[in-house]
Write a protein that binds this ligand. Sequence first.
Ligand code: SF4
Ligand code: SF4
Length: 263
Amino acid sequence: MKSIEIEKMADLPGKRIKDNDTFSFQCHSDLSCFNLCCRNLNLFLYPYDVIRLKNCLNISSDKFIDEYVDILLKPSGHCPEVLLKMREDAEKTCPFLSESGCMVYHDRPDTCRTFPVEQGIILDQKKNRAIPVHFFRPPDFCLGQHENKTWTTKTWAQDQDALLYNKMTAKWAEIKSLFQADPWGSEGNKGPKAKMAFMAAYNIDMFRNFLFNSSFFKRYKVNNKIKKKIKKDDKELMKLGFEWIKFYIWGIKTKSIRPRPPA
Ligand code: SF4
Ligand code: SF4
């Protein structure tokens, strides 16, 4: 999901689909392109994708990041991009693709669910809110675009069980938009602050371990209900992690986490 500048929207590839617009699409295993779209792709993973995939595979977020992720940090970039590590075969196949299809279908990433629609956000700075925008962008080889079934972006998201994913990804996109300026200062983008932010966003099991096995709760007050939930609920922990990043990096106040007065 990208943050889009309003002025540049007309230059983006694909057809913009507004709320009531429809597009034709149907994907099924009888099409000769079946599974072609799971090869040769840059598959960006967002924090909620990692939670769902590591739980589906029954491994820790640390192990998932170690085994399944490529982290890209451009020298001048401020926020790393997380991509699914593809197999080292000629077609750079997705590691979750089998002959019968996607092995993690129930927990497939947001991008796979939303495909061939791409979601971006426009940030309305004045009203401090993110507005989703959608583009219909099937590659030429995708034959599903010639089928007759029609959708709106909402009915498509419902059909693909993508509504929660889209919401979680939009929350992350809001945070990513804060990275337009360098927040790291002299520490650089590999310093302790950057490592903390990455852990809170992507390495959710390690973040939980940090919260409950350090002096964190002595230094910060967290609402008791939330504290109870985050012991087991990864999604709630991720949402708290987003609040923590905003507070820790930019000092943005949050009701969820409050510094305790010095003893
Ligand atoms: S290329 Fe398009 S129609 Fe073919 S399998 Fe992928 S999404 Fe479905
Ligand atoms: S996660 Fe599943 S749907 Fe997505 S690219 Fe891999 S095999 Fe295809």
